[in-house]
Design a protein around this ligand. Structure first.
Ligand SMILES: Cc1ncc(COP(=O)(O)O)c(C=O)c1O
Length: 379
């Protein structure tokens, strides 16, 4: 008798956005589906001393919870945190999974925002939780605070917020942050604040404030992937109260044992000043130029494309005014022009496409021109 891999009771659903990317990203000529700023090479990160140290690094099992230097550097980004509040993980992706595993039991309620990054939604569902979706208002992608008050109740175990948000690029206002923390306080729920895009604000010098220390039931997740252009390192972190870090650490031992040693060494180099500021400045310059290219291109599309200008992140969520689903539009763009974008349907944004503006202007412009040649055929 053949046995299927999935037990019949499993609610496992594939992470469709990632499935879309991993299935197609190696077979297209141009890929603007990414959500990170253009990546760096090792050479751009390390000087000669650093390269020498990397060459001499012993490839033993590293510190399981992360090197103390890297935990110190992550802690410094979260005022009031100490290295004991930090667990280093294989990307924010692992950190998000660990939090879900540690907190969720079948029947728990979880609140997520959409359009959004659907990792926590999918993991929570696989763990048997009931996911309730707070829809952002498409006119400006803001929260509906009344709806949120209705959704976050004493039955809620976890609220997942991505700030700045992928894919809308919106940043929560102080009023919205305060309202969320109040609801966390009154409901007894935990807040998982995914802050991988903190530092990608297009205007002003201020970084989006962290939720860290806003409440004892806040867990913050961050990573080197997005604003630092180092997604290939697969380094992230969870920042939480020490007993929570212990719970995550116990699960990390099952899942990964530890993050990779060479990656942690490179992550230390990235977060050590003045390199950190240099990387953030590089990223903001790329995003500024990229956004100019995207907005100029939109103005040439004869009303077929519109956008709510993203305040942060490396992504633009384009509304496409054609009578096809975003899956169909993205498929036509992929098959007819060999360009990969993310169909909004996979992120709770029907009628939209997500493209990066974190790449070089010429590359971006060529990819967008290819899209521009397809859209009139679909209108
Ligand atoms: C909001 C959000 N969280 C987490 C991740 C995973 O990031 P990492 O590369 O650090 O695992 C992503 C990647 O797209 C993301 O957009």
């Amino acid at each position: 008798m053949t046995r299927t891999l999935a037990p019949t009771a499993s609610r496992f659903v594939p992470f469709e956005q990632e499935v879309w990317q991993s299935r197609w990203e190696r077979s297209v000529e141009m890929n603007i589906a990414d959500s990170a700023v253009r990546h760096l090479s090792v050479h751009e990160l390390l000087d000669e001393d650093g390269i020498e140290r990397l060459m001499r690094l012993e490839l033993t099992y590293p510190e399981v919870n992360g090197t103390s230097e890297l935990r110190t550097l992550f802690a410094e980004l979260h005022p009031g945190a100490t290295p004991a509040n930090v667990l280093v993980t294989a990307g924010a992706a692992e950190a998000n999974c660990l939090v879900c595993q540690a907190l969720l039991r079948p029947g728990d309620e979880v609140v997520v925002f959409e359009p959004g990054y659907r990792q926590v939604r999918g993991v929570a569902e696989a763990l048997g939780a009931h996911v309730r979706v707070a829809a952002l208002d498409p006119s400006g992608w803001r929260l509906d605070l009344d709806e949120l008050k209705r959704l976050i109740t004493p039955a809620t175990r976890l609220v997942y917020v991505v700030n700045p948000n992928n894919p809308t690029g919106t940043v929560l206002s102080e009023e919205e942050r305060t309202a969320i923390v109040r609801l966390i306080d009154s409901s007894g729920a935990w807040l998982l604040a995914d802050e991988v895009y903190r530092g990608s604000e297009r205007e002003g010098d201020e970084e989006t404030p962290t939720f860290w220390s806003a409440h004892e039931r806040v867990i913050v997740v961050n990573s080197l992937s997005k604003v630092y252009g180092l997604c290939g390192l697969r380094i992230g972190c969870a920042v939480a109260q020490e007993p929570v870090v212990d719970e995550l650490w116990r699960r990390h031992e099952y899942l990964a044992i530890s993050a990779a040693g060479p990656s942690m060494m490179l992550a230390e180099a990235a977060l050590t000043q003045p390199m950190r500021t240099r990387l953030l400045d590089r990223q903001r310059a790329i995003l500024g130029r990229g956004w100019e290219v995207v907005s100029a291109w939109i103005s040439e599309q004869a009303g077929l494309v519109s956008v709510v200008a993203p305040a942060a992140t490396a992504v633009s969520l384009l509304r496409v005014h054609v009578p096809l689903s975003s899956m169909e539009v993205a498929d036509r763009i992929r098959t007819e022009e060999s360009v990969l974008v993310i169909p909004g349907d996979l992120m709770g944004a029907p009628g939209h496409l997500r493209v990066t503006h974190g790449f070089e202007p010429n590359y971006l412009r060529s990819a967008l021109d290819r899209i521009g040649s397809v859209l009139p055929r679909l209108a």
